[in-house]
Design a protein around this ligand. Structure first.
Ligand SMILES: [Zn+2]
Ligand SMILES: [Zn+2]
Ligand SMILES: [Zn+2]
Length: 339
């Protein structure tokens, strides 16, 4: 049985799934063998995944059959389990909670080798629609305090087929807690949202702006921890990703598509991760939070330093990253005359 354990000094939650090493090494061996052979996320393999909980599919197709464009299924190897009561146990200095939660996979496209940069904007919008639907659906369960959406792409990801993990957690992850605390502290001093202030300032200086659309801003973070670290924020204050409106989907999709395309044209086989950071849920809801996405590129330039120290070394200035990405994005989306 998996456990959620909290480190008492830094207050980080970790899911300990507690498998035996024999089982893990067998899994690793299977993955090595499977690589490049069969993919459980490709069309025609629907029976190899658990039954779908959501799909965008053509009206004549049937559930768990072919004919879908986006498909969401429970993870076959979930870190968290949906059934059971959440027990919270203290053992001296240590906090523990049962690993109850949901762990789902969004299979983003039928095409095994696609990425957002090569997909149509409408297809990427379908992926965002699935994110939002799962975020809204999973919060119906009052036990969950946070929805996490995370996507990895590129070499090193066990299954290459484009997919995203969606987790509903019974605890609030440290990263979100830190951001909430920082925003509340900022709000306490200035009575304004820190991210709204950043957006205003970055738009007026422009040096770290990658692309601005009517409703969203993509920027290189002032103190970026990683090369090409990119934040995407709604320009109007909104605390919850679930509040994303239908008319925002294609615009955000277009922005993500152009960013992914830019990373692909700048970097050879880019490995990158994307997370959605959004307000905790239910009684932990924080309207002063400002939801956003963070993209991080994994480059083998500086390895392991931050692991032991928490001190990041970034060899690429955010202003330079913004200049490069802005150039690529502008090439894909030439400004209309009069813009
Ligand atoms: Zn595939
Ligand atoms: Zn704000
Ligand atoms: Zn964040």
């Amino acid at each position: 049985m998996a456990e959620l354990r909290r480190e008492p000094i830094l207050q980080r939650w970790v899911a300990i799934t507690g498998q035996r090493w024999e089982v893990l090494s067998e899994l690793l061996r299977q993955r090595r063998e499977q690589r490049g052979r069969t993919c459980p996320f490709c069309p025609g393999k629907e029976h190899e995944t658990p039954s779908e909980v959501f799909a965008l599919r053509n009206p004549t197709s049937s559930r768990n059959g072919e004919g879908w464009s986006v498909r969401v299924v429970p993870n076959k190897f979930p870190v968290l389990r949906i059934e059971g009561e959440i027990e919270r146990i203290g053992e001296g200095v240590f906090d523990q909670a049962s690993a109850i939660g949901a762990h789902e996979i969004v299979i983003e496209t039928p095409s095994h080798s696609a990425d957002w940069g090569t997909m149509a904007v409408g297809e990427v919008a379908g992926v965002l629609r699935a994110y939002r639907q799962r975020s809204l659906d999973l919060r119906g369960d009052e036990r969950f305090r946070q929805i996490m959406i995370a996507r990895n792409h590129g070499p090193g990801v066990p299954i290459a087929h484009p997919h995203t993990h969606v987790m509903a957690l019974p605890v609030i992850p440290r990263r979100i807690e830190d951001e909430v605390r920082g925003l509340l502290d900022y709000h306490g001093r200035k009575e304004r949202c820190g991210y709204c202030d950043i957006i205003r300032q970055e738009l007026s200086s422009g040096v770290r702006v990658i692309r601005e659309t009517g409703m969203f801003l993509a920027l290189a973070s002032y103190a970026a921890r990683y090369p090409f670290e990119t934040w995407i924020l709604p320009k109007a204050h909104a605390h919850d990703f679930g509040t994303l409106k239908d008319d925002q989907l294609p615009e955000l999709a277009g922005l993500l598509q152009s960013l992914s395309g830019a990373l692909h044209s700048l970097l050879d086989e880019p490995a990158y991760s994307l997370v959605v950071h959004t307000s905790p849920l239910h009684r932990f809801t924080e309207p002063r939070y400002h939801w956003h996405m963070e993209i991080r590129v994994r480059l083998a330039l500086v390895g392991g330093f931050e692991w032991g120290t928490g001190f990041f070394v970034n060899p690429l200035a955010p202003e330079e990253a913004a200049r490069l990405l802005r150039g690529e994005v502008a090439e894909a989306h030439p400004a209309k005359s009069g813009d």
